[in-house]
Design a protein around this ligand. Structure first.
Ligand SMILES: [Fe+2]
Ligand SMILES: [Fe+2]
Length: 365
């Protein structure tokens, strides 16, 4: 099931709008760069920014211009001033909501690495990983993989924004982590490519951004959070804190995801992405907390509280994501948005999931 190169690596197809702001942006992006109207005639005041489809998609549309861009969209949109102004309005709402959600975690006397460990220890979110390991059926597992594909197909890219913003020990530690994420320069070992094989094994579209259209606001929020931190140098501490929390909460859940796929009969090609993270992230979490975040704060002590804010924000938004999936499944619903007409390209549809049979177990000899 190989994909044409352009679909594998992006750019992705523009998703459908979800409200007035994303409609204005989608409509504008289809044309050459031009000024957006200063007033779109509606307020930007969502009741819950994390589940507001219009806000999160608008942010995602704007941010993607800094990654692979959108298919057929003029690349000059990336720095169009009025679009950047609209993005900034959305970012103010999103960042304020993040700060309301987690406050300013105190920096313990023992230092930032201890503060990260405390946040992770207190993170008793919904049991998504245990559910995927023990109970999720194939449809639910495929939904989970489709959600996560928005990030995993560009795994590590948002945190790479920090590289030119750092020097010294923090930079060296980040490079060490990112080198692994990018497979030490080997395409077949890049984590994004390992994940593509998982998608393929599960019979899902492996194209870059293929599942954005069915990813709900909370899934986009987990991605927008990284882009917000990554694209603003003032938030570099939060970006590194986010990465540290990510690495520190990765090893055990990834073991569970891999075991869940094995329970469903999948082979090591499908589980390799998860298996790889069990050991890699047990190492990465040490580097991230002590060398990377510790190194940053030794160089710039004023950033300690930002590091913990970024970590807490990442953990909190991930809890919202987990609660959405588990809540949807408990209610007997799909956790994905339903794609609608116009028809999406073949293999993108998750309403009528294409049949996939797990690989046959190896013959016993
Ligand atoms: Fe990874
Ligand atoms: Fe990692």
């Amino acid at each position: 099931m190989s994909e044409p190169a352009d679909r594998r690596y992006g750019p992705a197809t523009l998703p459908r709008a979800r409200g007035p702001f994303s409609a204005a942006v989608v409509e504008a992006l289809r044309r050459p760069p031009h000024d957006l109207p200063a007033d779109l005639g509606v307020d930007l005041d969502p009741a819950d920014p994390f589940t507001d489809e219009d806000l999160q998609l608008t942010l995602f549309l704007c941010y993607e211009l800094h990654y692979r861009g959108w298919l057929g969209v003029d690349e000059s949109w990336e720095w169009q001033p009025t679009l950047l102004a609209l993005r900034a309005r959305c970012e103010r709402v999103f960042e304020a909501a993040l700060r309301r959600l987690v406050g300013a975690p105190p920096v313990p006397a023992a230092g930032v690495a201890a503060g990260l460990a405390e946040l992770v220890a207190a993170d008793n979110g919904p049991a998504l990983a245990a559910t995927l390991q023990r109970r999720a059926d194939l449809t639910q597992f495929r939904e989970f993989v489709a959600h996560r594909s928005v990030y995993h197909l560009r795994e590590a890219d948002p945190h790479s924004w920090a590289l030119p913003r750092l020097g010294g020990p923090a930079k060296a530690a980040l490079v060490e982590i990112q080198t692994d994420e990018y497979g030490n320069g080997r395409l077949d070992r890049m984590h994004a490519e390992l994940f593509r094989r998982t998608l393929d094994r599960l019979g899902l579209d492996t194209g870059y951004g293929a599942h954005v259209d069915v990813a709900p606001a909370v899934t986009l929020a987990t991605n927008n959070l990284m882009s917000l931190f990554g694209l603003h140098r003032r938030l570099r501490g939060a970006l590194l804190g986010h990465l540290a929390a990510f690495e520190m909460t990765s090893s055990l859940p990834n073991r569970r995801y891999g075991n869940g796929l094995r329970r469903l009969g999948f082979d090591e090609v499908a589980t390799r992405f998860y298996d790889e993270h069990v050991e890699a992230d047990a190492v990465h979490e040490q580097i991230a907390a002590h060398d990377m975040c510790g190194g940053l704060v030794r160089a710039e002590p004023a950033l300690a509280s930002d590091v913990l804010f970024g970590a807490a924000a990442g953990l909190a938004v991930d809890r919202l994501f987990a609660a959405h999936l588990l809540g949807s499944w408990a209610a007997g619903r799909s956790s994905l948005r339903a794609p609608a007409a116009p028809a999406l390209p073949p293999r993108v549809s998750l309403v009528a999931l294409p049949a996939v049979a797990p690989p046959a177990p190896p013959a016993l000899v």
